[in-house]
Design a protein. Structure first.
Length: 422
């Protein structure tokens, strides 16, 4: 009888994964990777937009603060000037400046309007005198300064006028005169023998006291701002024998604020490049607009119809100066009480899917405060030829694919208000 085989069958061979299963797993993995990278891309794009928007806001706020702080100092040292002295052309000289002979206006703030809506330029002039020196009269003195030019006798004493101070000599503004001649000189001498006179030599070193600095002032300093021959050498029309003096201190400033290369930059004009180079006050600033606030009706308040881009005209003055801010289209600079400023900041992050509307600022030049479009250009400064956001493919030069912030403020000219209040 045969015995049955009760042994166990051997194990079946392992077959593993098929090619189809591997491909399916690979597809699932690739889909997961695509989803992950998509989420990461969207997250990073939103993060960059948020960060760039924050940077733009910070840059705009800091730039406006710096500009506002500078404008508020405008007029310090000559806020009490006469109606006809404000706005006079000051003949000046600086031997250390790239352009030694130059002129500037005796304006606390001057707005130079950009052509066809281009960014404006703001010039601010202020002094830094350590002593409060009001408008004082001067006459020709008894001594002689550089090249035989007579010293100036300060009526009432020379207190507050120190070595190295830069002062503006203005001719006596009579009612019959239309303009006033002005010149910038630097005090180099306070003769002990005559306590009412100051000298302004061009070849005379003086001792202003503080240690040497980067501008050349030190134990023995050179009067860079005095030209041989005196004011007549600066301006041949300056032949007045009497007038008034304004003290700007030993380091006054005429700062020039402008937009260049998507930056708000400030330049110093009196000392001038290359002595003091341009300084960046804010990055991402693409436009600057400003207007004068002129108190035409003399009520010490800038109303909605008293904002304008047209500067006062001191060359055309009414005969009656008893009401210096009467409603007159050609009033003097004594009527300017404030300026309105608007800065436009642009984010550096380009967004191909975003389409910005035209940024606006509040302008009063039309006689009422209305929202007004900024004149926009391409990112490279070229004319806007896109017409919208429908271009294919989206262009990084199209200003609409960026985000914008507008910063506006009204800056009172406090030194002019305090110096000319009735």
């Amino acid at each position: 009888m045969a015995t049955p085989n009760t042994g166990r069958a051997g194990p079946k061979p392992s077959r593993g994964l098929s090619l189809i299963e591997i491909l399916v797993g690979l597809v699932i993995g690739m889909i997961g990777i695509v989803v992950i990278f998509q989420v990461l891309a969207v997250s990073e794009d939103r993060k960059r937009t948020t960060v760039q928007g924050s940077d733009s806001q910070s840059a705009g706020s800091i730039a406006l603060y710096a500009l506002q702080r500078d404008v508020q100092q405008g007029g310090y040292g000559f806020g009490g000037a006469d109606t006809k002295e404000i706005g006079c052309v000051v003949a000046a000289y600086n031997s250390a400046r790239a352009t030694q002979n130059f002129t500037f206006r005796l304006y606390p703030v001057e707005i130079v309007q950009g052509a066809a809506g281009a960014p404006d330029t703001i010039r601010v002039l202020w002094g830094n005198a350590n002593y409060s020196v009001s408008r004082r009269a001067w006459t020709a003195g008894t001594g002689s300064s550089s090249a035989g030019v007579p010293m100036k006798r300060i009526v009432g004493g020379r207190g507050g006028l120190d070595y190295g101070d830069m002062v503006i000599l203005a001719s006596d503004p009579s009612l019959a005169a239309v303009t006033t001649d002005c010149a910038l000189i630097q005090v180099t001498d306070r003769p002990a023998a005559v306590a009412q006179e100051i000298g302004f030599d061009s070849d005379y070193t003086f001792n202003p006291g503080p240690p040497a600095d980067t501008l050349g002032y030190g134990a023995t300093a050179t009067p860079y701002f005095n030209k041989a021959g005196g004011p007549v050498a600066l301006a041949p029309s300056f032949t007045a024998a009497a007038g008034f003096v304004f003290n700007l201190g030993n380091q006054p400033r005429q700062t020039v604020w402008s937009v260049a290369g998507s930056r708000l930059v400030v330049t110093e004009n009196l000392f001038g490049p290359p002595t003091i180079p341009d300084v960046e006050a804010g990055d991402g600033i693409v436009d600057l607009q400003a207007e004068y606030g002129i108190d035409r009706n003399n009520n010490q308040y800038i109303e909605a119809n008293e904002w304008t881009v047209t500067p006062p005209n001191n060359a055309v003055l009414p005969a009656d100066l008893t009401q210096p801010c009467a409603d007159n289209p050609s009033r003097s600079w004594r009527c300017v009480r404030a300026i309105r400023v608007a800065l436009l900041a642009r984010s550096s992050q380009w967004d191909r899917t975003f389409c910005s509307t035209n940024p606006q600022w509040t302008s009063g030049d039309s006689g009422a405060l209305v929202r007004t479009n900024f004149v926009m250009t391409g990112v490279d400064g070229s004319a806007d030829t896109f017409g919208g956001c429908a271009e294919t493919p989206p262009s990084p030069n199209n200003w609409r694919h960026y985000r914008y912030s507008v910063y506006e403020t009204v800056i009172p000219l406090r030194n002019m208000i305090w110096g000319t209040a009735p």
